[in-house]
Write a protein that binds this ligand. Sequence first.
Ligand code: MG
Ligand code: ZN
Length: 262
Amino acid sequence: MCSVCGCGSGTPSVSPVATFGHVDFGAGPAGASVPGLTQDRLIRIERDVLAVNDAQARANRARLAASGVFSLNLVSSPGSGKTTLLVKLIEQLRTAHAIAVIEGDQQTSNDAERIRATGAPAIQINTGKGCHLDALMVARALDRFLLAPGSLLFIENVGNLVCPADFDLGEAHKVVVLSVTEGEDKPLKYPGIFTASDLMVITKSDLLPHLDVDLAAIMAHARRINPAIAIITVSARTGEGMAELCAWITAQARQNLRTAAE
Ligand code: MG
Ligand code: ZN
């Protein structure tokens, strides 16, 4: 037993402070920390920004309902396979629905070009240094579409598991996309996005035989954060789970559009 810090080794190799440090900058009332701002000021700023966003999101939601469009907001970390998934979804759903896509990325139009290659219309939103889409950005993209009633609108958010949770875009549902390569504890580390989402799509299931990842643990962690979350496991490469995902989207769209029409 180490006599300095009790870590179990014979001699301490690092200082006890470095070994056991845990500094929580989210413990205050604002739940976050910004240099130079008090917690009260931070709370006021966040409340003001989100109030404006929420008002625009309500307008987007009403506009989509009035035009009979069902929309999903896809959120995930970068590289989870959102765009690849969308390309496959468009191929499978296009016979039954008109489909349009809004792509959010800091830079480039690469993803919009991948979507347009399927024949579906896509608007690219670049956020520059911004790290999420907001409802006003989506409203400006909606101005450029002519969406027929019964259309599906997929909004691919900027790859980020943090603030997209707080920004309502006017979508019917947030869908969190998590690839099996991201490990088991993402729902526990980033609970906000899993709380805000109605569906978790676990992607790249074809890679499972090559990984030491426990699929059941990913699901259990997501359900611990959000007991009501639906979960569908897919591989865009092999097609596993894609029929189930298409069925979920079609059923939700039918239900959403029926509610909107009432
Ligand atoms: Mg993408
Ligand atoms: Zn952000």
